[in-house]
Design a protein around this ligand. Sequence first.
Ligand code: KG4
Ligand code: ZN
Length: 324
Amino acid sequence: MLTLGIETSCDETSVAVVEDGRRVLSNVIHSQVDVHREFGGVVPELAARDHLKRLPQLLELALEKANVQPADLDQLAVTRGPGLVGCLLVGVGVAEGLAVAWGKPLTGANHLWGHIYAAMLGRPDLEPPLLGLVVSGAHSDLVRMPAHGRFEVIGRTRDDAAGEAFDKAARMLGLGFPGGPALDRLARQGDPGRQPLPKPSLPGLEYSFSGVKTALLYRLRDLGESVTEQDRADLAASFEQSVVESLLEKLDHALELAPVTEVVVAGGVAANTLLRRRAAEVVGTRARLTMPALELCTDNAAMIAAAGYYGGRFPAEVDPSLSW
Ligand code: KG4
Ligand code: ZN
């Protein structure tokens, strides 16, 4: 069964062909960082236009790399949300047109489920039930997935998402866009012990990153003109440590509350070096931890094809209120 996936929810345009929801035959991704860099963040209007501009070429490339013809496809899947509405409309509109032209069924896919399904692309034997942590630019969600297509959010953030916090901290540290990967690189040169920042501590399974963000802002203000390159690296390392340890503390708690044998940590922030290392240590031998390969952590269409294959059928229409 061949699924063509289309992803346009934010600033990556991507088209993929996936076999039986697991085997990636192609996954072409075009990042719009060059479009948004000068603005220091994603400009929705420009993002939507660029998706429309890139999709025809990416579509051709994805089919060519997978060595399949449109007639070989069994179904199409497109991200219906959550995401930037204008961007989602482009993906859904193009997918609808293709589905009609090719006479293929089309399903809408939840982007956040997609991040979890990305973990299954590398592990053919990975099946629910599982505990998931989805950490992206817009979400920090702890979820239980009892079966395919069934997700229950058991914890989320009260304010910023982890990726958003990394991006804002990166801006404060004078790093360019996109901030998360740049902060990750700078943190590798730093020592978190030299500039300690508070670790968020909320009850239960909730997250909050605004406190540590403010602490970073005040520390930088106190350092003022005297801030050195080493201070910046130490602060990056400290900020990263606070966010990562907070994310994992709740994951650990959720695992204690209801043990499972499979844990997935996914989403753009799952590309973070410290998170990858510490997640393995925290989960330990209690469960098997799967984190998608780096290129499958950030937005891509292979995960949307997988979510379309396994996640059940949903209308291919943009749902601006879509959360989980
Ligand atoms: O999942 P994703 O590609 O897009 C959304 O669905 O939001 O996640 C993007 C987020 C951005 O906030 C980006 O800064 C963050 O993931 N990110 C990272 C790293 N790579 C990407 N954050 C920390 N360390 C990284 N290495
Ligand atoms: Zn995403």
